[in-house]
Design a binder for this molecule. Structure first.
Ligand SMILES: [Zn+2]
Length: 433
């Protein structure tokens, strides 16, 4: 009975949040009057043809644009895709805002393809290179069989098209949790990930290069976003129970969001961000080398040896870094530098002509394949024409929050805040809206 009351209260709270969102559109106020958030104002970066909400209150100091631009189907243009719109909708020119089309009925699954200075929605020609499709009902967009909330921007790019889902950050997160975390993980671990994923995407939005028309990709290069399909009760609960909460780091008197990296299992110790991406900001919350005794039950805590020919490694390295073709055939592969956490942070490659190249360990891993070499915590055994990667531990880059570690910590009674404080030492958790 009590559980039912709690459920009812939660449902009411969710309804309130949804209503509240509808009232204020995509912009909400920061309520942290006493805190200077470095990203206040920056998130209102103009997006052509896309609504900028008006603050409700004239005393408002600033607003935050909560719209996330999620590039679907990869960063590059695709030749065509299938689109179904399950409610009436408006089609506008995303650059000028001019209405191009008003569909009074749902649109059955149609092929979307580029045309000369136009985009074809099935047999309907829209005379613009840049469309914004705004369904009248949420969760009406079905793209290649997957359902999404929000609206859709379609741009013609060369001979192809790009598709970008414009969506409120909280709705986006509901479609991320299940893409990133198994449903059976403890609710406190789910909440920890919801806060980390929210911070990550807001940081990506804040730091998106000028001219790029998306904030994140829908795959694991950013965060795995699977849309409405992922919205089970656990995911929705974890997002709603932490609504607006973000991770901040203090920097020169102000508080900033930072890139809250996380990975599947760290293998026993987290990795400093600068070993992973030497060009990233050096923030204390990502200094790494946090001992993790809680991910040892992860399926990839220890992974099986991987054998690969040097010819195949050469092919994969050159495919990612064409300039390294100057190595010719790679004849020697060795660990040049190893970190405190046991990761190969630098890999030395020697070519057939004696040329030497050093690659950052994570970059080398991604050349070979992020699912083949599950982490940079390995040793290399030279077998002549082949190498064997042995003693592999952990899955992912190991920076920041360890998902399997978070799950076990939650099962041991730690709250999502304590988990975040453990993996991001010195983090400040506040509500951003
Ligand atoms: Zn761990």
């Amino acid at each position: 009975m009590r559980a039912r009351r709690v459920r009812r209260a939660r449902t009411a709270a969710r309804r309130f949040h949804r209503r509240h969102r509808r009232l204020v559109g995509h912009a909400l106020l920061f309520s942290l009057a006493s805190v200077t958030l470095a990203f206040v104002g920056c998130l209102t970066r103009d997006q052509p043809g896309i609504r900028q909400s008006t603050p409700e209150n004239s005393s408002t100091k600033s607003t935050v644009d909560r719209t996330i631009r999620v590039r679907l189907m990869g960063a590059q243009a695709v030749p065509a895709f299938n689109l179904e719109i399950a409610s009436p909708c408006r089609v506008r020119d995303a650059s000028t805002g001019k209405q191009l089309l008003s569909l009074t009925k749902p649109m059955a699954a149609s092929r979307v393809a580029p045309a000369r200075h136009a985009v074809m929605l099935g047999s309907t020609k829209c005379d613009s290179d840049d469309l914004l499709i705004e369904p009248s009902r949420d969760a009406s967009l079905v793209i290649d069989g997957k359902t999404y909330r929000g609206s859709l921007r379609i741009r013609r790019s060369g001979d192809g098209l790009t598709a970008t889902n414009l969506i409120d950050v909280e709705d986006y997160l509901r479609g991320v949790l299940r893409g990133e975390l198994p449903a059976h993980f403890h609710p406190q671990a789910q909440r920890a990930l919801a806060v980390a994923a929210r911070t990550y995407v807001l940081y990506e939005k804040l730091t998106a290069p000028v001219g790029r028309d998306y904030d994140v990709l829908a795959d694991e290069r950013s965060q795995m976003y699977i849309g409405v399909k992922g919205e089970d009760a656990t995911a929705v609960g974890a997002v709603d129970d932490t609504v607006g909460e973000v991770c901040l780091v203090r920097d020169h008197g102000s508080e900033k969001v930072f890139s809250t990296y996380y990975s599947s299992s760290c293998g026993g110790m987290t990795q400093p961000v600068l070993e992973f991406r030497p060009g990233d900001p050096d923030v204390p919350t990502l200094a790494g080398n946090v001992v993790c005794n809680d991910c040892y039950l992860a399926p990839s805590f220890q992974w099986n040896p991987v054998r690969m020919s040097k010819a195949e490694i050469t092919r994969r390295v050159v495919a990612r870094y064409p300039r390294l073709s100057r190595l010719g055939q790679i004849t020697q592969i060795s660990v040049e530098e190893r970190s405190k956490s046991g990761r190969a942070t630098k890999i030395k490659l020697v070519g057939s002509g004696g040329t030497v190249e050093i690659l950052v360990g994570e970059d080398f891993r991604l050349c070979v394949g992020g699912h083949t070499l599950k982490s940079t915590r390995f040793k290399i055994v030279d077998e002549g024409a082949r190498v064997r990667f042995v003693d592999g531990r952990g899955f992912g880059h190991g920076v920041g929050l360890c998902q399997y570690g978070a799950d076990r910590q939650a099962k041991l009674g730690r709250s999502y805040r304590q988990i975040l404080e453990y993996y991001y030492p010195g983090v400040i958790i506040r509500s951003a809206y």
